[in-house]
Design a binder for this molecule. Structure first.
Ligand SMILES: [Zn+2]
Length: 158
């Protein structure tokens, strides 16, 4: 019977598109998230840096150093930079974070030694334990990308 052949083919193609496209999309997103946008290195979720450009596209980086190198090549203003709080693993706005430069390298490839914390207490504990120190406002990463720092947790209230 030809009935089945004629009418099932478009249905089958439709089914493949409906089921297949989201899978392809998911794979593409996973694939684009799997490497650093600057050097292609593997991204450890504990140190991930994410930058949303002026067009709304998100770019992930393995460390602060890669994000800084990439940002220097960006002519347009950026809409958001988020960094990972090492204590909780959560993403936070770069302008609200405390940064510690210590002897501990987060990414052997780039020799990045800047660590990120949401709370000043966590940053101070990390610095004390690893021969590091908190970065001053003049040394903060992404100053050009995010402007002046926002009030941070642990900052003295004016
Ligand atoms: Zn990288």
């Amino acid at each position: 019977m030809t009935f089945g052949k004629v009418h099932w083919m478009p249905l089958l193609v439709g089914l493949i598109v409906v089921v297949g496209l989201p899978l392809v999309g998911r794979w593409a997103r996973w694939h684009s998230r799997s490497g650093c946008a600057f050097d292609g290195g593997k991204i450890d979720p504990s140190y991930r840096v994410a930058v949303v450009d002026a067009r709304g596209n998100s770019h992930d980086f393995c460390c602060i150093r890669c994000a800084q190198c990439w940002l220097r090549r960006q002519p347009a203003p950026l809409s958001a930079i988020t960094v990972t709080d090492e204590a909780s693993g959560e993403m936070i706005a770069a302008a609200t974070a405390w940064y510690v430069r210590s002897t501990v390298v987060t990414m052997p490839m780039t020799q990045n030694r800047v660590h990120v914390f949401r709370n000043k207490a966590d940053a101070e504990t990390n610095a004390a334990g690893h021969g590091g120190r908190l970065l001053s406002e003049a040394e903060l990463p992404f100053r050009e990308g995010i402007g002046s720092p926002l009030p941070r947790d642990g900052s003295p209230t004016p």
